[in-house]
Design a binder for this molecule. Structure first.
Ligand code: SAM
Ligand code: SF4
Ligand code: SF4
Length: 379
């Protein structure tokens, strides 16, 4: 085990079973949390498994052959995911993002996409349906995903140099296959493809300018993300973060940039374009400039636990409501009650971890051993 790696204490995170309230908001109601934030975005993690071992996410020392991944019967079935997603859409969610682990490893994920693509908001409008993937299987799956109703993909790619990329994914996976996946996604119409690079000082910060060079004129949107203190296994330190402001200076020393307006409220990226219009660049300052005030995202784990913040220590066990849990004296509920329970959980939400971390000079927060892993609730 490497010196800076902290052991994962428990991967079956604490979760309480939500109470079912007497009143359920009608479909189409706006539900607000305690800070007045509406529900807009649901990220659905479909597997805890991944074929990569990115050191900052699933370090090999922990996620090894001894590691106990969830059994298949512990995962939500597609019908269960669809039920939960439908409740969220009825409560105002407009955007669904499929993630993991590596979502393309979940067998038949395109069938799930097909089911989710048929969901409609209370006003009859379809939801936005996207996926975050490492793209290792995207070249094979892009067409089927598009045909099933996926609209866009975000591809994670931390370096354009093959040796650096192989080292970072820690399974010797070649960058060429990821690039092939990106091209296949574009050809299938999953556009615009976003490429996310998590920048770590001393690991891949020298790849920022080469990534820009590579993706100029390609039609992808390139986004640089501050390395976050998610989970407990990556031994995060503030000095490994390259602040977005520093990145911007670094890029501007080479390129002229023009600022773009944010697309929507709550968008996490500051948007720029190269002056000649050949590349849109996003900077996501999730550590140095908190964006909790507009955070309208909920996260559903592969086993049906609802998390209200990326840094939450506790989830809310929706699977117990879907299936019932005799041991805990919980009865299975109908869709009406499920929607009420979810609304009540959201109403009680007051999470704003990044703002609080910012107020404490960067290294404050929940004790590390209690936080949920990124590979468990996705990005
Ligand atoms: N396996 C898929 C992938 O890599 O795109 C989806 C799941 S992965 C957990 C989602 C995103 O989280 C990836 O873009 C990854 O780079 C990002 N991520 C993981 N750990 C992170 C950290 N500590 N800070 C910032 N981003 C992180
Ligand atoms: Fe896998 Fe994505 Fe985590 Fe890398 S970031 S280990 S690809 S889940
Ligand atoms: Fe949202 Fe939590 Fe991130 Fe703040 S720290 S932006 S509340 S996920």
């Amino acid at each position: 085990m490497s010196e800076r790696t902290i052991s994962l204490v428990d991967h079956r995170y604490a979760a309480s079973v939500p109470a079912v309230p007497a009143q359920t908001p009608a479909p189409g109601s706006t539900v607000l949390d305690r800070l007045g934030r509406p529900l807009h975005d649901l990220r659905i993690s479909v597997t805890d498994r991944c074929n990569f071992r990115c050191k900052y996410c699933m370090p090999k020392e922990i996620f090894d052959t001894q590691y106990e991944f969830l059994r298949h019967d512990e995962l939500l079935r597609f019908e269960e995911i669809e039920r939960v997603a439908r409740s969220f859409v009825e409560l105002g969610v407009r955007k669904l993002r499929i993630t993991g682990g590596e979502p393309l490893l979940r067998r038949g994920v395109e069938d799930l996409i097909g089911m989710l693509a048929r969901l409609r908001g209370a006003d009859g409008s379809p939801v936005e349906l996207t996926m975050t993937t490492n793209a290792s299987a995207l070249a094979r799956k892009a067409q089927a995903l598009r045909a099933a109703g996926l609209q866009r993909v975000t591809v994670s790619l931390d370096a354009i140099d093959d040796a650096v990329f192989r080292r970072m994914n820690d399974v010797d996976f070649p960058v060429a296959t990821v690039l092939e996946g990106i091209r296949a996604a574009q050809a299938a119409g999953l556009s615009p493809v976003k490429v996310n690079m998590v920048v770590q000082r001393g690991v891949n910060d020298h790849q920022v300018l080469p990534m820009i060079e590579h993706f100029r004129g390609s039609g992808v949107v390139l986004r640089f993300i501050e390395y976050m203190d998610v989970g407990t296994t990556n031994g995060w330190r503030m000095n490994q973060v390259v602040p977005a402001a520093e990145l911007l200076q670094h890029i501007e020393a080479r390129h002229r940039l023009r600022a773009l307006d944010p697309n929507v409220v709550g968008e996490t990226a500051e948007r720029w374009t190269l002056d000649d219009g050949s590349l849109e660049i996003g900077l996501i300052s999730s550590v140095t400039r908190a964006f909790c005030r507009d955070c309208n995202r909920a996260r559903l784990s592969m086993e049906g636990k609802l998390y209200l913040c990326l840094f939450a220590a506790h989830g809310h066990d929706l699977r117990a409501l879907l299936r019932g849990d005799a041991q805990r004296g919980v009865a299975a509920v109908d869709d009406h009650a499920l929607r009420g329970a979810i609304a009540q959980v959201w109403n009680a939400r007051a999470d704003r971890y990044s703002e609080l971390r910012g107020a404490h000079g960067g290294e404050h927060g929940e004790p590390a051993a209690r936080r949920v892993e990124m590979s468990y609730i996705g990005g």
